[in-house]
Design a protein around this ligand. Structure first.
Ligand code: AGP
Length: 609
């Protein structure tokens, strides 16, 4: 999410910052801004829209100065607009930020009580005011930044510039990427290497908790405890295009690996463990309305429809409210029966899918309350619905959806818990069990990412087959559908997902020694039935690739190939199973040499019917 760049040296900063922002635009593009420091003070320019809108303004009236910071934004808190664009200023402090401050409302209230007034809806402005407040009594900026950041919960990468010390930049990070670039008589800050790779290949990676001070003479880095530390300098040999992908070969692979972070950003700020509450900031639907919901409809297309199918399981099992899931393009033409006390949810990564938009309008016209689960702040869908739960996946560039999908699952899970707790359906213990499971999910996902090496080998061996079947049951059946869709989209291999129990009703006729069957086998009540289905496949010479859970014996001993994922709460398996299936599709496609990020005939958002 969001791109950051900073420069201090002898050249005019504007040109370097703007070039850096153009190279970071893939990280966010709803507004952009720079702050350049000169003898007269801080020149801050911000514009809604892509980087070129800001560039047009600067062409006619340039900002002069030899140090500055820049930002291209992917909105998380506050709609895309000029007032929400970075940099944000408070007193002598001007800064840009990438990440999510989970306790920003609490800090904002506190700072407002001390006389600070805020001009934006962002969480970032809170950091500027907090540093400024502490800097009043603490004349060392490094100490002030450290004290401020100790109060901040969440993730951040910041670049800060001081009016009182032109030429000096401060950088800090925790759980969001930030690197420093070393030049001759000049130094750089960047959220991602491509921003500065055209200027320097000498990079220092900041570690969590580090704070750095840069000027044109050098860089000094302080560890979290305040001691000065040396961080290794690495020479970057990637080409610039590769650098945009963070060193990954494709955006899709980068996005698969980003899922632990994306899930943490989607759930972290919304869970208050102490109070046992789910906080959905833009829900827009009152507690009374939630208590009276008769039925939920979820409308979506493609991968988002698969998230909706998982959502049905989550919402029904936690809230006992019946859920109907519709493919958006079918819903609007089937004369649906909707009542005023129904809740209709549209799920969409882009928020621009024509069919989903039209279906939501149809539901609205019929008087239902509407809610979006969406990744793009300010998109059409979010403007159409009464409320929204944003997935904080960050920009998804690969056409095949990966991190947007699992964050949609996370958002739906949070909604189910919110409805259940509003209706007082969950005991305190059960509620805490779900919350702690969700909090633990990013680390389980990290562990699941370790399956990649094994899957790459399997992909290599199986890419010669022309058809695949994916089988699962219950809450994981939609993941079989999603796994099959991923393979189809990027490798052009025919694949189908089936509920394992349906095999005997037709698809088993397809099984022979040319049919790989991917089986998802969690240790649940249906395990033995999945095992029986596997035996039926084996008896007909099919090849079984089983995805099992740590400790599995029966299925692992019968499958041709096995991938093992960590043990988890049953409601978390849809998240964990998604990762090996994404890897399988990805590595088969790479092996076949297709265009992974932009597969043939497809578009990232389908804005026509
Ligand atoms: C996912 O891999 C696909 N590219 C596609 O199915 C996508 O999920 C669908 O077009 C819906 O898009 P949306 O989430 O932006 O509405």
């Amino acid at each position: 999410m969001c791109g950051i760049v900073g420069y201090t040296g002898k050249e005019q900063a504007q040109a370097i910052l703007m070039e850096g922002l153009k190279r970071l635009e893939y990280r966010g593009y709803d507004s952009a801004g720079i702050a350049v420091c000169n003898e007269e003070g801080m020149d801050i320019r911000r514009k809604e829209g892509k980087v070129h809108v800001l560039e047009d303004e600067l062409r006619t009236s340039p900002a002069t100065g030899t140090s500055g910071i820049g930002h291209t934004r992917w909105a998380t808190h506050g709609r895309p607009s000029e007032i929400n664009a970075h940099p944000h200023q408070a007193g002598h402090i001007t800064l840009v930020h990438n990440g999510i401050i989970e306790n920003y409302l609490q800090l904002k209230e506190e700072l407002t009580r001390s006389g600070h007034s805020f001009t934006s809806e962002t969480d970032t402005e809170v950091i500027a005011h907090l540093v400024s407040e502490i800097f009043r009594s603490e004349d060392d900026i490094i100490k002030a930044v450290r004290k401020a950041l100790k109060r901040v919960e969440g993730s951040y990468a910041i670049a800060l510039i001081l009016q009182s010390e032109p030429g000096r930049l401060i950088a800090a990070r925790k759980a969001s990427p930030l690197v420093l670039g070393i030049g001759e008589g000049e130094n750089y800050i960047a959220s991602d290497i491509p921003a500065i790779l055209w200027k320097t290949r000498e990079i220092k990676y900041l570690e969590d908790g580090d704070i750095a001070s840069l000027d044109n003479e050098g860089i000094r880095i302080y560890a979290e405890d305040g001691t000065v530390v040396e961080r290794k300098t690495t020479r970057i040999t990637w080409d610039p295009v590769m650098a945009e992908k963070g060193g990954y070969r494709h955006f899709m692979l980068k996005e698969i690996h980003e899922q632990p972070r994306a899930i943490a950003d989607t759930i972290g700020p919304r869970i208050n463990e102490q109070k046992g509450q789910i906080y959905l900031e833009d829900l827009g639907i009152s507690a009374d309305k939630i208590k009276g919901i008769r039925k939920v409809f979820i409308l979506a297309c493609g991968t988002s429809w698969h998230a909706a199918l998982v959502g049905k399981f989550l919402i029904e099992s936690l809230t006992r409210v019946p859920v109907e899931v519709d493919i958006a393009s079918e819903f609007r033409y089937r004369d649906p029966i909707i009542a005023k006390d129904d809740l209709v949810i549209g799920i969409s990564q882009s928020g621009e899918t024509a069919d989903t938009l039209a279906a939501i309008k149809e539901a609205k016209d019929r008087g239902a309350a509407t809610l979006a689960i969406c990744n793009v702040v300010g998109s059409n869908l979010t403007r159409e619905t009464e409320g929204v739960i944003y997935t904080h996946a960050g920009p998804e560039i690969g056409v095949a959806s990966t991190k947007a999908f699992t964050t949609q699952l996370a958002a739906t899970y949070l909604l189910a818990l919110h409805i259940a707790s509003t209706k007082k359906l969950l005991s305190e213990d059960l509620f805490h069990k779900h919350i702690s499971g969700l909090k633990h999910l990013p680390s389980l996902l990290e562990k699941t990412l370790e399956t990649e090496t094994e899957i790459e080998k399997i992909a290599h061996d199986f890419s010669k087959y022309r058809d695949f079947l994916y089988l699962a049951r219950g809450i994981n059946y939609p993941i079989a559908l999603e796994g099959a869709l991923k393979l189809k989209e990027i490798s052009y291999i025919h694949a189908e997902g089936y509920p394992a129990g349906e095999m005997k009703h037709g698809p088993i006729a397809l099984i022979d020694d040319k049919m790989p069957v991917v089986v998802l086998a969690p240790p649940d009540a249906l395990y033995d039935k999945v095992l029986a289905g596997l035996e039926e496949v084996k008896a007909r010479d099919g090849h079984v690739i089983a995805i099992v859970v740590e400790g599995d014996k029966e299925i692992s001993s019968r499958a041709d190939r096995t991938i093992t994922i960590p043990k988890a709460d049953p409601m978390l398996y849809p998240f964990l199973f998604s990762i090996p299936l994404q890897f399988l599709a990805y590595h088969v496609a790479v092996h076949l040499g297709t265009d992974v990020d932009q597969p043939r005939n497809l578009a990232k958002s389908v804005t026509v019917e």
